[in-house]
Design a protein around this ligand. Structure first.
Ligand code: NAD
Length: 368
């Protein structure tokens, strides 16, 4: 397989973790005789410094002509006081919109060796393995009007969804549930919001096409509570943009560190942008100590969702699980024992497992 991948390192630790993902992808390419070609482009604060805009036209054009995009992170205190059109996050929102990435997938898995690192009790986190499917290009973050009145003493935002926008994200979630444990929880606020009533109707209408998937509806307030009291009850959660934003950050505590959470933002044809959930971590940027695992797991998602390379994705995930089990951890992971490593050393451990004899057994267990 020959693929063109755009790399958008962005700001802070972005370039450090992107470099780790590239090393892992190179070794997977060697093992499986694929060719991955990488092209680096600017986004975020780095792009503002170099080009005066958080999303240069060339970056958009290169992303659009590639097979997938890997993004590090954007933002940092240097640009915090910039006007809104010169904020690094603007570049990220714009590229998601331009690429039509309507489906945000965030898997949240409690790795056994990290259970104790979660602020929740081990017995609560144990067995949690869920996927949040969040609508990404509609809802209250994009609806108009979104403005202050003339005097500045009142404000309005608009929560707007079309049936078609809901249908495509709900279909995506049903498809994901089919590939997993076949249980879909749709989260809304249908007791109050008209947009949620439409959401629920669409889910009810769609479920006849997926008779093998069990469907339940939960109000967002109940979902927020259950996510931290009984997370293992969930398989796939589908929800609108703002609810998904909040619930996925809440769910991140299950893993014990932001540095463990990957994400994919997808279009209908499978094209995607893959990025860790964490930000640019300015407090540790340039020190070489960032946890690269969320970025590496994002690269695994790219192989699975955009390139259909399930075995290769599985192998990377098994390698991450293995290095944690062996006791390797970066500073953000509160491991009780084991070996503290920096970004390069952690990456080297993942690479070393992928090329090892034991890797083949992990692939078999992926399909077990
Ligand atoms: P952050 O995720 O950057 O950092 C929060 C804390 O987690 C920090 O202590 C950081 O050191 C730690 N951390 C994060 N990722 C880590 C990793 N891989 N390894 C080890 N430790 C890690 O969130 P923040 O501090 O709220 O935001 C910093 C900047 O990042 C802001 O400008 C914010 O707007 C931006 N941001 C960007 C994205 C994105 O690009 N998608 C997401 C969130 C925040």
């Amino acid at each position: 397989m020959n693929k063109q991948i755009t790399l958008l390192p962005g700001d802070g630790i972005g370039s450090e973790v992107i470099s780790s993902a590239v090393q892992v992808l190179q070794v997977v390419a060697d093992e499986y005789k694929h060719t991955f070609n990488f092209q680096i482009e600017d986004i975020g604060g780095t792009a503002i410094e170099k080009h005066g805009t958080p999303l240069p036209e060339k970056t958009s054009a290169v992303c659009k002509s590639s097979d997938a995009v890997l993004l590090g992170a954007v933002g940092g205190p240097k640009w915090d006081n910039n006007p809104s059109h010169l904020r690094p996050e603007k570049g990220l929102l714009q590229i998601r919109k331009e690429l039509g990435l309507f489906a945000n997938l965030r898997p949240v898995k409690g790795f056994p060796s990290l259970l104790h690192a979660s602020p929740l009790k081990e017995e609560v986190v144990n067995g949690s393995d869920l996927l949040i499917v969040r609508e990404l290009t509609g809802g209250i973050y994009f609806g108009t009007p979104s403005q202050r009145n003339h005097e500045g003493n009142s404000a309005v935002d608009t929560l707007y969804y079309t049936k078609q926008e809901i249908e495509r994200i709900v279909d995506k979630a049903f498809q994901c549930a089919r590939e997993r444990r076949k249980h879909l929880t749709s989260v809304d606020k249908a007791n109050v919001l008209e947009s949620s009533k439409l959401w629920r109707e669409v889910v009810e209408a769609k479920k006849v096409n997926y008779p093998d998937v069990k469907v339940e509806h939960l109000l967002v307030d109940a979902a927020a509570m259950k996510l931290i009291t009984n997370p293992s009850q969930f398989d796939v959660i589908v929800t609108e943009n703002m609810f998904g934003d909040i619930l996925s950050d809440e769910a991140s505590v299950l893993t014990g560190s932001l540095g463990m959470l990957p994400s994919a933002s997808l279009r209908e044809d499978g094209f995607g942008l893959y990025e860790p959930v964490h930000g640019s971590a300015p407090d540790i940027a340039g020190k070489g100590v960032a946890n690269p695992l969320a970025m590496i797991l994002s690269a695994a998602m790219m192989l699975r969702y955009s390139f259909g390379l399930e075995e290769e994705a599985c192998l990377i995930e098994a390698a991450v699980e293995h290095v944690l089990k062996e006791g390797y951890s970066t500073g953000d992971l509160q491991m009780q024992k084991g070996t503290k490593v920096n970004t390069d050393e952690m990456t080297a451990q993942v690479v070393s497992y992928i090329t090892s004899e034991s890797a083949a057994h992990s692939i078999l267990s992926c399909y077990a």
